[in-house]
Design a protein around this ligand. Structure first.
Ligand SMILES: [Zn+2]
Length: 210
């Protein structure tokens, strides 16, 4: 289904001037945002990041996940390249379970040592409930035929392709591991299949607090 409720304007940011394309998706009802930088001059192989909203990481620079760092790195890469698109998807907190539920998982992670997967499933939530259809629809609206996707997540590529986006290549988006995010990153690698070759070998001890 095509997008109908759309507004566009220029947005001057610290990184430069982007074209904002705000839209309400007809399927999920959420308001999403695409930030378009430069003019690639071609509809193919456009550098794209499809970023799931994470208030704690994106806005408040939480260090337990890598979302904020990935958002920064993706925007920097797009500006460095001179053209690209960042699609910011709302309603994707905690891989789609919502903000309150996500914070509940943090309690289980901090107090009981569960990882990002088990802390969701123990509470009865799906491991990943995100719909990437809105991203596919806005990329189509923008006339983009194929993308070089900045992601470490093969599932995201499969989902976008299922929605009709041609992913011509994947660009790794690796964030430095720290004491704060290592358990989260390790769980993403070992349990969700993310390609994170920069991480050290899995920790042998189940350290408390993750
Ligand atoms: Zn996050």
């Amino acid at each position: 289904m095509p997008l109908a409720d759309i507004a566009e304007a220029d947005l001057v940011t610290r990184r430069g001037t982007f074209r904002t394309v705000a839209f309400r998706d007809p399927s999920d009802g959420n308001e999403h945002l695409a930030l378009v930088y430069g003019d690639s001059g071609k509809p193919r192989d456009v550098l794209v990041r499809v970023h799931s909203e994470c208030v704690t990481g994106d806005i408040f620079a939480a260090m337990r996940c890598e979302c904020g760092d990935q958002l920064d790195a993706a925007l920097n890469a797009i500006v460095r390249e001179g053209a690209g698109v960042l699609v910011y998807l709302r309603g994707h907190e905690g891989r789609g379970i919502g903000l309150v539920a996500k914070v509940r998982t943090h309690v289980l992670q901090d107090d009981h040592g569960l990882d990002t997967v088990d802390s969701a499933t123990v509470l009865g939530f799906p491991v990943d409930d995100r719909d990437f259809g809105p991203a596919a629809r806005v990329l189509k609206y923008l006339g983009i035929r194929s993308v070089r996707l900045m992601s470490n997540n093969a599932d995201k590529i499969r989902s976008l392709e299922a929605h009709g986006v041609e992913v011509s290549s994947r660009v790794p988006l690796l964030v430095q591991a720290t004491d704060h995010n290592i358990r989260y990153l390790t769980a993403k690698r070992d349990r969700l299949g993310h390609d994170l070759p920069h991480l050290p070998a899995p920790p042998r001890l189940g350290t408390a607090g993750g």
